[in-house]
Ligand binder design. Sequence first.
Ligand code: SF4
Length: 748
Amino acid sequence: MVEIPNSAIRSLYQRFDASNETFRARLKRPLTYAEKILFLHFDDPLGQELERGKSSGLFRVDRVAMQDATAQMALLQFMQTGRAQVAVPSTVHCDHLIRAQAGATVDLERAQTEHGEVYRFLADSAAKYGIGFWKPGAGIIHQVVLENYAFPGGMMIGTDSHTPNAGGLGMIAIGVGGADAAEAMAGVAWGVRMPTLLGVHLKGTLSGWTSAKDVILKVADLLTVKGGTGAIVEYFGPGTRCISTTGKATITNMGAEIGATTSLFPCDARMPPYLRATGRVELAELVEEYADRLTADPEVEADPERFFDRVIEIDLDALEPHLVGPHTPDLARPVSRMKKDVAEQGYPDEISTALIGSCTNSSYEDMGRAAHVARQATRAGLRVKTPLLVTPGSESVHRTIRRDGQLEVLTDAGALVLANACGPCIGQWKRDDMKPGTPNSILTSYNRNFRRRNDGSAETMAFIGSPEIVTAMAFAGRLSFDPLHDSLETPDGNEFRFAPPEAADLPAQGLVDSPVGYVAPADDPGKVDIRVDPQSERLQLLAPFLAWDGKDFEDLPVLLKAEGKCTTDHISPAGPWLRYRGHLDRISDNMFIGAINAFSGEEGKSHGRAFHEVAREHKAAGRRWVVFGDDNYGEGSSREHAAMSPRFLGAAAVVTKSFARIHETNLKKQGVLPLTLKDPADFDKVKEDDRVSVTGLTALAPGSEITVVLKHADGSEERVGCAHTLTDQQIEWFRAGSALAWIGSQSV
Ligand code: SF4
């Protein structure tokens, strides 16, 4: 079952009243909208602890979505659970692997050749396990989910950090790793620390050039890239109601850039029309019927400080269009100040390429506003001065804007239309116009602008704005051009000024229903074979990690003592390694490639040998090993390979001064013991040729003491006290070898 029937959504909505009453009584106060959804999805509503930022929440999610780069490991792990079919509606979307170079048709053909093996594996796995499969070119995961599957009041997880896009349609949608997805698909409750709540009060109304994009650019400016960490950002106030559903999705999508767990908007009158325009008429009626449940209690808007851990306010009447960047989404300024920043900061003024679309900003409204701007300029005889690349978010939007004329306006102005895929947004952009290493400015309507993100070049400075601002500036070809106030000279010598963009948020005839590229699960899954070539370097079936042998770890070598910052990028970098995400052995060649060896200062090496080589030698000899790490070990992305590769090559324990939370959980999921030094100064006692024993494992229990014994080469010993944060459930994972091995051991 890929679709959730409306009857099931009705049943969910019918449970709201009782759930809300229970938790209002428990908390002795009204509830925010995020709380209502979270509480409705608790695995054990009565036993669940509610302390924000502390308690572990366990949830029953309504659906799972996976993109192709991460779905490989998610599905390989799902296979280990031994389940015949997924327990929750799930989909796979082929969007990340397609390289953008020559335009949609050519790029898609090439992708089939380059990644055919991976696509076949994903398609076969989807067919066999009851998962909906969206082929390459069908669209970008978040846009397709919004158009087909998201619904107010629901809760989903997705193996992509911009999964919160569905928050624009009033859904709690959270980005996770492949193991989390595999667990949820296996029917196990999904766990996350209870988020804190951050309220964003929107007042006033969007108008003229200012768009939803500018709301999130302003939020990033106010909160910075870390400001939303561990929080659900809940929007409220009269300003929410002037923003279209797809505009809301732009805002929640890009909430990932402030580190938020997710972001969401309450249900309002803009959502049912969007559901109707995307062909979900019955669901629209259902949402209208239950609209009063799909929002915060009225007291929240009246007195927000009482309900949220932090509240910020944005006045949409006063909000100007913004541009952010380069290299970080929280370096913001109004468009009107860009000229000054170009002069003062020395940013290359010439825009080398302008790019609009992506999962963040490719709605009918976005393309309509961009086309409105482009039409004004072309009517005045102008063409874009810089290459303008357009990435539609889905085949449905693509066909709709072709039917309604916006696409023609953009191509008439000189735009090149790329495949409905991530392309330049994820670094899959083969540029032929710029020598690597050349400083240059690009302008996008995407969501992320870290160095190297778009074209792999550290010298490319990526600035982000709304699609209409990006399009207008493409006609000037300069960052210093202010579309609101500056003019351009037309070929006949006249002065041309843009008028503010105008466009409908939804097509009068609805979006073109485009099942093109969708493949339903097989009717007879038993007949589907999943083929993985043993010689493949892209895919490898996983063997379960061995269960714990019931004994303390004795006399293990120290593979690595990592000094200073050791992020998931140091442990398991992405970039060229993206290609091997489905092959654990091959990708493990990158293990600790960026870690700094505390004994020698070498990067990624011990005595001149790569860490993975040394680890493979230990593994071949049947020896497990230990890693010591500094503060906040494993910070960065939630990349599960940073835990899987060490486990695969033999890590028994990782002992640190402190962990980044998600990485610590990932280690637990993979059956590696994460320990923290009670006295961080003990880090200095670890010597390169120590043999390490970890004692206390037979009595392992939540909060139990663990002692690490450092046996030095001179025969002396030092005993070091360690703490752990394993719960009863996580101890089961450790004993079974991994979370998935434990799930596989449970009867279905
Ligand atoms: S378009 Fe960009 S942000 Fe969206 S899913 Fe693809 S890579 Fe991620």
